[in-house]
Design a protein around this ligand. Structure first.
Ligand code: GLY
Length: 356
């Protein structure tokens, strides 16, 4: 089966391949992109049960010498001791500067393995093989890698771009509904930024019905933004749409609410706030809520505007007495709003009262 190729144009450019059956062909695809080297596959115990044997078989058939590191599934593994074990594993396996890490899994695996690849020997190559929709449409592209610290999520990390991303859409067809919804939130975020036809696909259908075009359009949008702004000093900040509230909700819930669900509530609150304050060119809130609900996502929260504002203002993205929010004025048109931090709680309140 053919696959799509979407380039990410950077000083060292790379391709994102999207199609069915890519994990089974990963060995030959990696050989074309990277040539000969040793490959260290990093994955969690859940994904290992589903895909590790198939990937190792494909790599060996393509003539690769491989090793693999399997860690316990879950966000609690995205921390210093797993990173340290992984770096020691690379050293014990005597990986060299020309070898390569394969991150097989969702966002936790990509962030952790990418960070380890970026630190080991001052940086070796890695390939992303996202197995969740969230990783495919967002975290596997753009080179953001990180681990969590006890003080907060993603506090230690670096920009380290992958050398190749293989999005095997067959993985997403079999995801549980909750995990698909988790990724749908980032796809809807991209639809609000990008506009049509992506937003309509999510508003009138759902991700399960249109996985391949949705993944393709999200990847194309993100590849373009990352190509303009690799290290998030300009337009890449648009990708934070819904994330100021989203991160605050994750924090207030003790990280029991999944990232995509928290971002979904953030998207709904920011859209309702913009609309109720008269800062939109067209009605958007009902359309955004409808796309979220259609994809199994929440649009309200039990946390107070005060609790969310306090959590948001202790977030690392705040600078001085202002906070930068990404706000939609229409589907396909978002802008940066510099808001005095003292007004944040009222801004959130406007979006939450409009949702009652
Ligand atoms: N997840 C947003 C970004 O990669 O910039």
């Amino acid at each position: 089966m053919e696959h799509r190729v979407i380039p990410v144009h950077l000083r060292e450019s790379y391709n994102v391949l999207i199609g069915g059956g890519l994990l089974a062909k990963s060995g030959s695809l990696i050989r074309v992109a990277l040539g000969d080297c040793r490959l260290a596959v990093v994955t969690d115990c859940n994904v290992a049960g589903l895909y590790l044997d198939g990937v190792l078989t494909s790599l060996r058939e393509a003539g690769y010498d491989t090793c693999s590191f399997v860690f316990p599934a879950g966000e609690q593994s995205k921390r210093m001791d797993t990173l340290s074990n992984l770096l020691e594993f690379f050293a014990e396996e005597r990986l060299t500067r020309t070898d390569c890490v394969l991150a097989l899994g969702g966002g936790v695996t990509g962030d952790l393995a990418g960070f380890a690849a970026g630190c080991y020997l001052r940086g070796i190559r890695y390939v992303q093989l996202p197995t969740t929709l969230l990783a495919a449409v967002d975290s596997s592209i753009g080179g953001k890698t990180a681990i969590d610290l006890p003080q907060g999520k993603n506090l230690a990390g670096l920009f380290h771009q992958p050398s190749l991303v293989l999005c095997d859409i067959d993985c997403f067809h079999t995801l549980p509904a909750e995990e698909l919804s988790n990724g749908a939130a980032e796809a809807i975020k991209t639809g609000i930024l990008e506009g049509e036809p992506l937003f309509s696909l999510l508003e009138t259908g759902n991700v399960r019905e249109h996985i391949e075009p949705i993944v393709t359009q999200c990847v194309r949008y993100k590849a373009n933004i990352v190509g303009q702004d690799e290290t998030e000093t300009g337009p890449r900040k648009l990708l934070n749409l819904g994330h100021t509230v989203g991160h605050a909700i994750e924090k207030c819930s003790g990280f029991s609410i999944p990232h995509g669900y928290a971002v979904a509530i953030g998207l709904a609150i920011i859209a309702r706030a913009a609309e109720s304050l008269g800062a939109v060119d067209e009605p958007i809130a009902a359309r955004i809520e409808s796309a979220l609900v259609r994809n199994g996502l929440p649009i309200t929260t039990k946390f107070s505007p005060e609790a969310l504002a306090n959590a948001a203002l202790s977030d690392k993205k705040r600078t001085g007495g202002q906070i930068t929010l990404v706000v939609p004025r229409a589907i396909g048109a978002c802008y940066f709003l510099e808001l005095p931090t003292a007004q944040l709680e009222n801004f959130f309140r406007a979006g939450m009262e409009a949702g009652k």
